[in-house]
Design a protein around this ligand. Structure first.
Ligand SMILES: Nc1ncnc2c1ncn2[C@@H]1O[C@H](COP(=O)(O)OP(=O)(O)OP(=O)(O)O)[C@@H](O)[C@H]1O
Ligand SMILES: [Mg+2]
Length: 295
């Protein structure tokens, strides 16, 4: 299990105004929330006011041991592969391809079957995109059962999407967590359980994804989701997305399963595919392993 391997991930405290995390209104709004991560009191003009702040410190060394892309790993072959994957997604979101669909900055990562690499791809894409100078990234864990994304990044015990969906008093800003990687924020899966498919299909979810999409003009939102053929959640979620990225495990996923899963998606929106865990020779190896020399 991925989560048990990283259960000791450190949660680091940040101080308001020190600027470790990406800035913006959500960060300011966060200062009054009760999170359990950290409490910092301040006194202003004779009125004592409590400000509470949390920052998730992602353990990149641990992630690297598990094979994930590191933020300082930009010359590796893996970094180059994720550049290739993210370019068309960014083009559809912000480039001329944006005309293809509304809310192209909302990207769902899914697959036909369990274990094909959705969470692996979501986290690596989020890291890769957060290294771009022109974008900010919000990574959303929509898999409330496995919560792999939240566990790997050390926010599995945090208020998250399901809590915000269930409790009208909670806002997105109460749940979004800044990280030690500038330009990357997380929305954990959450602590509540319930009728998650119904919650994901609700009008409130529609409003929330619109808010995620529109609040910042430079924001990409990546949704790590469950498999299309095993649950209804991913199909429900897909209706709100601007783009869908289907991860296919090389040499394992039957073609029919890929076809059946794509048939559940709206073909008017851009649908991309990632061939994951492939042992095949990649372009950079074939042409001399340029990036390999610099590792
Ligand atoms: N390209 C890859 N290289 C090395 N390991 C990988 C790769 N892709 C995935 N893995 C590993 O395979 C396992 C399954 O990956 P992951 O958890 O991302 O799959 P998933 O599709 O999200 O699974 P689930 O359906 O349970 O959510 C993990 O241990 C992950 O680290
Ligand atoms: Mg997963």
């Amino acid at each position: 299990m991925l989560g048990t391997e990283v259960s000791g991930l450190e949660k680091e405290i940040g101080r308001q105004g020190e600027g470790q995390a990406s800035g913006g209104a959500e960060e300011k709004e966060n200062t009054n929330m009760v999170t359990g991560f950290h409490e910092m009191h301040s006194s202003t003009g004779g009125h004592r006011s409590a400000t509470l702040k949390r920052i998730c410190s992602i353990d990149f060394a641990q992630l690297k041991q598990l094979g994930f892309l590191g933020p300082n790993d930009q010359r590796s072959r893996q970094a180059e592969e994720y550049r290739t994957i993210k370019r068309p997604l960014l083009y559809n979101a912000f480039g001329k391809g944006a005309a293809l669909g509304e809310q192209g900055n909302l990207i769902q990562v899914t697959s036909a079957m369990p274990g094909e690499g959705k969470t692996f791809t979501s986290i690596n894409l989020a890291i890769s995109m957060a290294m771009e100078q022109d974008f900010t990234v919000l990574l959303v864990d929509t898999d409330d059962v496995r919560c792999s994304c939240s566990r790997l990044l050390g926010v599995e015990d945090s208020v998250g999407l399901v809590d915000v969906l269930q409790d009208p008093k909670l806002e997105l800003s109460d749940a979004i967590v800044p990280t030690n990687l500038p330009r990357l924020r997380l929305l954990p899966a959450g602590r509540s359980s319930g009728n998650v498919p119904e919650l994901l299909g609700s009008e409130r979810m529609q409003h929330l994804v619109q808010e995620m999409s529109r609040r910042y003009a430079d924001r990409i939102v990546i949704f790590d989701s469950p498999p299309l053929l095993a649950t209804s959640q991913s199909t429900i979620l897909a209706q709100f997305m601007g783009q869908v990225l289907v991860v296919v495990e090389a040499g394992k996923t039957p073609l029919q399963a890929v076809l059946d899963s794509v048939a559940q998606l709206n073909r008017d929106k851009p649908i991309g595919m990632v061939l994951n865990k492939s042992p095949q020779v990649f372009k950079s190896d074939y042409y001399g392993g340029y990036y390999g020399h610099y590792q």
